[in-house]
Design a protein around this ligand. Structure first.
Ligand code: CMP
Length: 143
């Protein structure tokens, strides 16, 4: 079953939106298989956002992501990677479709509440970066 990495970023935590964001993913039908509430180290932030190094917003992004706790999660389901990104909406909340998390709850790209893997390679890399295999649960929803 497809898995994807999702991060509720410091603005989501500080604005008290963790429950809302998790609820939307649960209601969509996705299954949570790993979660941890944690502070992001400088090293983890730089590795996770390595592709953005050198961009004008990079330093601010690293400062922001390490500034307060985040909720790191793995969500599972058929087509989970695309489904989660659709539920999040466009990176820039001003361009996100109504009904998406970023449209409904955010207004600027630099505080867009969540990160979600953008494809199978990044999902695999981000899951391996943020979680060890013993932190990922295999469970049956019908129990
Ligand atoms: P995310 O999906 O976590 O991936 C990279 C992050 O960089 C993005 O969400 C935003 O939080 C941030 N970002 C991308 N573009 C910009 C921008 N133009 N200005 C500020 N932050 C940005």
């Amino acid at each position: 079953m497809e898995q994807t990495f999702v991060l509720i970023k410091p603005d989501g935590v500080q604005r008290g939106l963790m429950g809302e964001i998790i609820s939307r993913l649960e209601k969509r039908g996705l299954k949570l298989v790993a979660a941890k509430f944690m502070r992001v180290s400088q090293e983890l932030a730089e590795t996770h956002y390595g592709a953005h190094k050198g961009k004008p917003f990079y330093n601010g992004l690293i400062k922001y992501i390490t500034s307060a706790p985040v909720m790191a999660m793995i969500w599972e389901g058929p087509g989970a990677i695309a489904l989660v990104r659709q539920t999040m909406g466009a990176t820039n909340p001003a361009e996100a479709d109504p009904g998406t998390i970023r449209h409904d709850l955010a207004i600027v790209t630099s505080r867009n509440l969540t990160h979600a893997s953008d494809g199978p390679e990044s999902a695999a890399a981000e899951i391996a970066l943020w979680f060890s295999s013993d932190e990922v649960l295999s469970w049956d929803r019908s129990v």
